[in-house]
Design a binder for this molecule. Structure first.
Ligand SMILES: Cc1cc2nc3c(=O)[nH]c(=O)nc-3n(C[C@H](O)[C@H](O)[C@H](O)COP(=O)(O)O)c2cc1C
Length: 394
């Protein structure tokens, strides 16, 4: 090294430049993107790199606090029903027709709503826990993803008017029954005044506590509520008495308040489905709350055929719990469902990449469904029937 180079190499200017470079890199989003959240030398991928709905879950895990991730992920107790909801798809074969369909038409009509795909967003609580824009971002994304209908939760983190103002699209609204008919009416009025095109009344019971929440409380050092509702009456067995009081007559009481189609969500037996028809409901959602109700309930896919048979086409049967792929949706359509609702999938999209993430998860499932229909030789939804599926439920 020449004398001149030595001076240059050890000069203050060079050190300062290197320091500046290091601090720039240290604060750079490029480095942030290279974090190793799973401690396996992987990094958080970019949106364009994600190919399936499953890919969004680990990104969501990396981006939100553990409590928020667990709230989306958990099922009740041993999480058997949560797992069984997924496993049931392995027990349904798709039987192709000899000729593939070159063009597919995925459009359908559901309770007076025109849908580009038979896929809706299920109601789920508290979206701001996953992203600061919360349900407003979810709704914007839903509208962009072929005007997907979003069912807004009774426990949304934003008021209905804020969500409705976020986009021009299709909103439904979900109600948890209220003891007070005045309260029920006030909620239903607000939802309908803000454009809800259908009301979904959730009649299944959420579990009183979830073990992952208890662990989070112990691990975080902070207070994590294990009660789902502040309004719950205290009792030693954690029975949610604020949700366990109602009977079928509640539907008669609120019917005059509802000017749009009304559905019941959380039906899991043929007997319950028939009761919904007799009650004059306009549709049902076969659901076990994504494995968050009583553990050891059957998967929704397993009970879907007997429910469809019992309903006999009198009202549309929707289904949710465990849907992650377009082929999952196709299997449910083959078993007689009119449409499918997604709970966790858009939540992963929201936590991972905000509105863009939600939009992408929906578009992935829409594309997968169209591809699966083409592959199976079913050009329209009307051409899908039980000959498409063979069940081997255990
Ligand atoms: C985090 C979370 C919150 C939920 N909140 C509600 C709710 O407020 N109202 C409701 O009717 N269902 C709620 N659900 C149930 C969903 O509507 C849906 O039944 C379930 O998520 C479907 O299963 P999947 O997540 O496997 O798609 C929630 C589900 C999750 C995962």
């Amino acid at each position: 090294m020449s004398q001149g180079e030595k001076v240059w190499a050890s000069s203050f200017t060079r050190r300062t430049a290197l320091q500046n470079l290091a601090s720039f890199l240290g604060a750079s989003p490029f480095l942030l993107g290279q974090q190793d959240p799973f401690r396996d030398h992987s990094r958080v991928p970019r949106l364009e790199e994600l190919l399936t709905a499953f890919d969004f879950e680990p990104v969501a895990y990396a981006k939100v606090p553990r409590v928020a991730y667990d709230y989306t992920a958990y099922g009740s107790e041993s999480e058997f029903t949560l797992r069984r909801n997924r496993e049931a798809f392995d027990w349904v074969d798709l039987i192709p027709r000899a000729a593939k369909a070159a063009n597919v038409d995925t459009t359908c009509e559901l309770l007076g709503n025109k849908l580009a795909y038979p896929i809706l967003i299920a109601p789920s609580a508290g979206h701001t826990q996953l992203h600061p824009e919360g349900e407003a971002a979810t709704f914007r994304a839903a509208a962009k993803a072929a005007q997907t209908t979003m069912v807004v939760s009774n426990n949304a983190s934003l008021p209905m008017d804020k969500i409705a103002a976020a986009a021009k699209g299709n909103l439904w609204w979900q109600l948890y029954p209220r003891r007070s008919l005045d309260d029920s009416k006030a909620l239903l009025d607000t939802a309908q005044a803000n454009g809800a095109k259908a009301i979904v009344v959730t009649i299944d019971q959420q579990s009183a506590y979830y073990e992952r929440s208890l662990h989070d409380r112990n691990l975080s050092g902070g207070r994590v509520s294990t009660r789902l509702s502040a309004g719950a009456d205290p009792n030693p067995y954690r029975v949610l008495t604020n949700r366990a009081w109602y009977s079928w007559s509640y539907f008669d009481q609120i019917r005059p308040m509802v000017k749009v189609p009304m559905l019941a969500k959380g039906v899991i037996t043929a007997e319950g489905a028939v009761k919904c028809v007799e009650q004059g409901l306009d549709g049902i959602v076969v659901s076990n709350h994504g494995g968050r109700g009583m553990d050891y309930l059957p998967s929704t896919l397993e009970v879907l055929p007997e429910i469809v048979d019992a309903v006999k086409g009198r009202i549309p049967v929707l289904v949710d719990s465990g849907f992650r792929r377009g082929s999952d949706v196709l299997k449910a359509l083959g078993l007689g469902a009119k449409a499918v609702c997604l709970g966790r999938v858009p939540r992963w999209g929201l936590a991972a990449f905000g509105a863009e993430g939600v939009q992408r998860t929906l578009e992935i499932l829409q594309q997968e469904l169209a591809l699966a229909m083409a592959d199976m030789g079913r050009p329209t939804l009307a051409s899908i029937d039980r000959s498409l599926v063979r069940t081997r439920f255990k």
